[in-house]
Design a protein around this ligand. Structure first.
Ligand code: SAM
Length: 264
């Protein structure tokens, strides 16, 4: 269904002689605020290098995983709980001929089957809001990373503690969202042997991006972009309005955090 939606929206499966790039698919397979730009900003801060072994936790349709492979020549494993997303991510890989990228169904809080101490970098873009057990997540990341390995996060985080309004892009009702404060991420990851090496408040950045996207969508006469509408349904506009209101009144913030696994 998702593939059919993509095709009917003008993203066609390439011919045998052509391949799509991660950047051409940017409106389709990047499900976090800022898309390719915010992903590249995070990768730069993480210091991802050519040839690194990288894990994308909550890889969705695979845009960030393909981007990091295309940009840095990394070998990448994307892990996502949702079987349908993983199936579509694999199909899009055929379109892009992304041989260095594979996708698996799995839970980022356990990363089962991941060989300990084998990964240079892991990242998570807009996923932690749905992960209840941050301590388990920290443990899985800490086990998988090599010493000196880096974990980058760009998530929406808890603000002043007041109740959220629903729906939001990551939850249609209370009980589905597990926003944590940055201190809780730090505690969970430090407990797993990582140190916080960078943190940036991205709330204003997100508000600017959402405003720009809404303006462009209005000019084009449709609600949201292709990707958001396919994955989040017709009420993506209401979800984004709630996010904006809560960013502005302090109930929610956006944060980028970089952790490094200490040497033992
Ligand atoms: C908003 S999407 C972001 C997708 C992708 N990171 C991106 O930026 O394009 C959140 C994704 O996290 C996945 N997810 C949520 N909890 C997860 C978990 N515990 N383990 C793995 N994936 C998870 C969801 O299935 C969904 O694909």
């Amino acid at each position: 269904m998702i593939i059919a939606g993509l095709q009917s929206s003008g993203v066609s499966v390439p011919s045998p002689d052509t391949a799509l790039t991660a950047v051409q698919l940017r409106g389709v397979d990047q499900f976090h605020i800022g898309g390719v730009n915010s992903a590249l900003a995070l990768f730069d801060k993480m210091g991802i290098k050519k040839g690194d072994v990288v894990v994308d936790i909550g890889s969705g349709l695979g845009g960030p995983a393909r981007l990091v492979s295309e940009r840095f020549g990394c070998s990448v494993v994307g892990v996502d709980l949702c079987e349908e997303f993983v199936a579509v991510a694999k199909e899009i890989n055929v379109w892009t001929r992304s041989s260095g990228v594979e996708f698996r169904v799995g839970d980022g809080s356990s990363l089962e089957g991941m060989e300990p101490g084998t990964v240079d970098s892991m990242f998570m873009l807009h996923v932690g809001m749905n992960v209840e057990d941050k301590v388990a997540l920290g443990g899985a990341v800490g086990r998988g990373l090599k010493e000196g390995g880096v974990f980058g996060v760009f998530d929406m985080v808890a603000g002043d503690g007041r109740a959220l309004d629903y729906p939001v892009p990551f939850a249609t009702e209370a009980g589905q969202a597990f926003l944590s404060r940055e201190e809780e991420y730090v505690e969970a990851f430090e407990g797993a042997g990582l140190s916080l090496v960078g943190m940036e408040d991205k709330t204003e950045y997100c508000l600017d991006v959402i405003k720009g996207n809404a303006k462009r969508a209005k000019e084009k006469g449709r609600e949201g972009g292709l990707g958001p509408t396919i994955v989040q349904g017709k009420n993506v506009g209401t979800k984004m309005k709630n996010i904006v209101a809560m960013f502005k009144d302090g109930r929610m913030r956006a944060s980028e955090m970089i952790f490094e696994k200490k040497s033992s």
